[in-house]
Design a protein around this ligand. Structure first.
Ligand SMILES: [Mg+2]
Length: 355
């Protein structure tokens, strides 16, 4: 197969602040694999956490090294390609972009969307949440009003764990509930709390009708999660603490659910294995994202009928649309009839070729 890739820029409509910092845009990568006259597309979105730096430059460097090796394979040889990625010790973002392109190729070759190949029922897709970052209460109200206008029917996922402490977190929630009193609300602390604050916040949030809390404690503090698990009135989800199947096994007795992200786990192949593992452990499954365009979001959309809840909103907060996927309708992104990932070129041209 022929392999090519290039970077492209995404700019956020609203900069997003979480407990660890602020992001206003990103440089992502578009990968194309071509064989038998069919092109499969994948996307990489960078992330850096707790000393794990999968930047765009790191992924580009891995792709440059892999390109001639990948070109020796056919896109149907996914297990052999994954063996190569294992052997080369390729990190998850690079694995994801390759895996997504191979799956897109498969769907286009069979002229079927992936959800149909997997036999899924699109109507079971849950509503997606849209993200409200850490900000002053008046800015939070402005953000919520914008989402209510542009994404009606969505759950609101509110970022807490602010450096100013839990009183400030509570002012954010009050601003959200004042503006959207009937919305479903979930909270993501991105590891910004200690156990005492987390437990106090779980009770406070439960009294206000919040549905769940994600990553209350920092990655590395998983040994403290049982205290929350046993005492919190709200379900606890792990995100930064959970990358792949092995993490699910380790977390099964101390969280109620896990947030699966394609860039963390290495693509659809591992995501499907994680779903089965989580279900076998009795855990809920959430699908999340980093700063992906509609391309990588659509890969998760194909699997979303299997999720308990989804948080697939990064593309909805972009000024530019290099790719177009399925629309948001009444708070849900239902996988449609286009083959593969279900992505076509969007309204903005792809810029900045790099290979
Ligand atoms: Mg999260």
């Amino acid at each position: 197969m022929k392999v090519s890739f290039q970077t492209f820029e995404l700019e956020k409509r609203f900069a997003l602040t979480i407990s660890r910092g602020t992001s206003s845009g990103s440089t992502n990568i578009w990968l194309r694999v071509e064989a038998d006259g069919i092109e499969g597309w994948g996307e990489a979105a960078a992330f850096s956490w707790y000393g794990i730096h999968q930047t765009t430059d790191v992924t580009l460097s891995h792709l440059k090294n892999l390109q001639p090796k990948l070109e020796a394979f056919h896109p149907l040889e996914r297990e052999r390609i994954h063996a190569l990625l294992d052997e080369q010790q390729v990190p998850s973002v690079t694995r994801a972009i390759v895996d997504l392109a191979l799956h897109d190729w498969l769907g286009k070759a069979t002229q079927l969307p992936l959800w149909k190949l997997w036999g899924l029922e699109p109507e079971t897709t849950p509503q997606t949440s849209v993200t409200v970052g850490i900000n002053e209460p008046e800015k939070v109200k402005e953000r919520v009003r914008d989402w209510l206008e542009h994404a009606p029917g969505c759950t609101l996922k509110v970022k807490l764990g602010s450096p100013q402490g839990i009183q400030f977190d509570q002012s954010i929630i009050r601003a959200v509930l004042d503006t959207a009193p009937t919305a479903d609300v979930r909270v993501d602390a991105n590891g910004g709390w200690n156990v005492k604050d987390a437990l106090a916040m779980c009770y406070w949030l439960d009294e206000r009708g919040v549905l769940s809390v994600e990553q209350p404690l920092a990655r590395g503090e998983e040994d403290k999660l049982p205290t929350l698990y046993e005492n919190s009135p709200l379900p606890i989800f792990a995100d930064e603490s959970c990358f792949d199947r092995a993490d699910i096994i380790a977390l099964a007795d101390r969280v109620h659910g896990v947030n699966i992200k394609l860039m963390k786990c290495g693509g659809l192949t591992e995501a499907i294995r994680m779903i089965h593992t989580a279900q076998a452990c009795g855990l809920h499954v959430m699908f999340g994202c980093f700063s992906e365009s509609a391309l990588a979001i659509q890969a998760a959309v194909q699997l979303s009928p299997l999720a308990y809840t989804v948080d697939l909103d990064s593309h909805l907060n972009m000024k530019n649309w290099p790719f177009q996927g399925d629309p948001l309708t009444h708070g849900r992104i239902l996988p449609g009839e286009r083959p593969g990932l279900g992505v076509v070129a969007g309204s903005d041209p792809i810029l900045t070729p790099s290979s």
